[in-house]
Design a binder for this molecule. Structure first.
Ligand code: CP
Ligand code: NVA
Length: 296
């Protein structure tokens, strides 16, 4: 039984295979007559829709479950919810606050678990990120991705995926919001080249992709004022994109226009944000075809 809590739960060969399946226009009906439970403790537009449509395209039936409805560790323990859902479904996806909740679901080993975003990781986003880079440039290998902003769940998974596929990651974050040694060691364990810096202009110099995410992630709302101040110099705007030359722009979305990115950039010809959002569905379908079909 396979779980995807972080992107390096896949080997490099498996990642390449999942991306090939994502690009296939003949989805295997591996979920015919089966369901996938999708539990969300936080809001979602892209993840919910991409997962539901991927499950549908694989012949299955997705069941969306609001976190507040099941009350993970409140109405019922994470373990009791997982054991129950395993009786109905072929797979369980969960978007949680604490990463340890998806770890506890997976530890039971009663149903394949997919992390749909935790405070630590966002592997399904990273699959779509590298799929989009491959569609743009042919491969990730040798490409430089400049991530500008908070070192967070999205950065972590993106960095692992880019490293696994031979790309270079530069991360520009304020000192207090940059990765520590443990995170950097894990990112570099892929063999990937990772550079951290404070200056966003240094990060984007000669890069192929500029990547941005919100300054305040879901669950950090109480820090939003202090974060807005800390990240004041990390907005991806026209000046930064001009400094980046002919790089393309990616953002996992939702974008807080006027904060981490300007309208000018999101709506520019260099922006691939809608392509990236659509690729969430193709990537999800590729992963589920792999984990529930070929490995079943
Ligand atoms: N990028 C992403 O995960 O978007 P949602 O939060 O809308 O699912
Ligand atoms: N880092 C953001 C990503 C949203 C898709 C968050 O966790 O809220």
């Amino acid at each position: 039984m396979r779980h995807l809590l972080e992107i390096d739960d896949l080997t490099v060969d498996e990642l390449v295979h999942v991306l090939a399946l994502a690009q296939s226009d003949d989805p295997p009906q591996v979920l015919a007559g089966k369901g996938m439970a999708l539990v969300f403790e936080k809001p979602s537009l892209r993840t919910r829709n991409s997962m539901e449509m991927a499950v549908f395209q694989l012949g299955g039936h997705p069941v969306y479950i609001q976190g507040s409805e099941v009350g993970l560790d409140d109405r019922e323990s994470v373990e009791d919810v997982t054991n129950t859902l395993a009786g109905f479904h072929a797979a369980l996806g969960a978007r949680v606050f604490e990463h340890d909740k998806v770890e506890r679901m997976a530890a039971l080993d009663v149903i394949p678990v997919v992390n749909l975003l935790s405070d630590a990781a966002h592997p399904m986003q990273a699959l779509a990120d590298v799929l989009t880079i491959i569609e743009e440039f042919g491969s990730v290998e040798g490409r430089t991705i400049a991530y500008v902003g908070d070192s967070n769940n999205v950065t972590r998974s993106l960095g692992l995926a880019v490293g696994m596929l031979g790309g270079v990651l530069r991360i520009a974050s304020p000192t207090d919001y940059s990765f520590g040694e443990d995170d950097l060691a894990r990112l570099r364990s892929t063999g990937g080249e990772v550079h951290t810096m404070v200056d966003p202009y240094e990060a984007v110099d000669g890069c192929d992709v500029v990547y941005s995410d919100v300054f305040t992630s879901m669950g950090q709302e109480a820090e939003s004022k202090i974060r807005l101040e800390a990240f004041a110099d990390y907005q991806v705007n026209g000046d930064l994109m001009r400094a980046a030359g002919d790089a393309v722009f990616l953002h996992c979305l939702p974008a807080h226009r006027g904060e981490e990115v300007t309208d000018e950039v999101v709506d520019s010809p260099a922006s691939r944000v809608w392509k990236l959002a659509e690729n969430r569905m193709h990537a999800a379908r590729g992963y589920l075809a792999f984990a529930l079909g070929e490995l079943a």
